[in-house]
Design a protein around this ligand. Structure first.
Ligand code: C5P
Length: 208
């Protein structure tokens, strides 16, 4: 079974993907980490983020088994990821590695921006998870404050809007729901309700 989950930053798709994978005994890949790993590799050695050839070399060296969310979740790495994610040669390399991951038994839950549309167009279940930009910014802000971090809500909101515009506006694999995706708007939902809703779509697909 392959479950494709797409949506913008801080929509709740990552938490949902992890919980579904644990519940269903499937492997999980947060594909955002693969783009982040490429951005991080370039930042680490001070290479520019606007050179497709260098970014493609970095992409071909990414090891899916060595993606560390603790390191890769840093804000500036997310920004770098969304810049190299507009490059088709980078996407081709990462998408091919992500597909290989998805196809190994017993299947997997993948979350990202283009899973239902490009990476796994034949996925058994496709979910598109959204929430208003204000709600996503508030969640991100609360998460940072709960870890004793420092950030302004207004800056987070403008980052989220900029990232959305870049992800939805790029010509290669823009963020958009697959025609056959189930939409889950988590603006007024808690995670438990979102999880139950997602699980119901999976159960429905199993009985089809
Ligand atoms: O989901 P996350 O914020 O970790 O993703 C970082 C960036 O990687 C996104 O803003 C997006 O530009 C890119 N990305 C993508 N396709 C995916 C996953 C992430 O373009 N499947």
């Amino acid at each position: 079974m392959i479950i494709a989950i797409d949506g913008p930053a801080a929509s709740g798709k990552g938490t949902l993907a992890r919980r579904l994978a644990a519940q269903l005994g499937l492997r999980h890949l947060d594909t955002g980490l693969t783009y982040r790993a490429v951005g991080n590799a370039l930042l680490q050695v001070g290479l520019p983020l606007d050179n497709e050839e260098l970014a493609a070399v970095a992409a071909s060296n990414i090891d899916l088994g060595a993606l560390d969310p603790a390191i890769l979740s840093a804000h500036e790495i997310g920004e770098a990821a969304s810049r190299i994610a507009v490059m088709s040669p980078v996407r081709e390399i990462l998408v091919s590695a992500q597909r290989k991951f998805a196809e190994q038994p017993p299947g997997a839950v993948l979350d990202g921006r283009d899973i239902g549309t490009v990476v796994c167009p034949d996925a058994d279940v496709k979910l598109f998870v959204t929430a208003s930009p204000e709600t996503r910014a508030r969640r991100r802000h609360e998460e940072i404050l709960s870890k004793n971090g420092d950030a302004s809500y207004d800056n987070i909101l403008s980052d989220i809007r900029r990232r959305d515009a870049r992800d939805m506006g790029r010509s290669d694999s823009p963020l958009k729901p697959a025609p056959d995706a189930h939409l889950i708007d988590t603006t007024t939902m808690d995670i438990e309700t979102a999880f139950r809703t997602a699980l119901a779509f999976v159960e429905e697909a199993k009985t089809d």
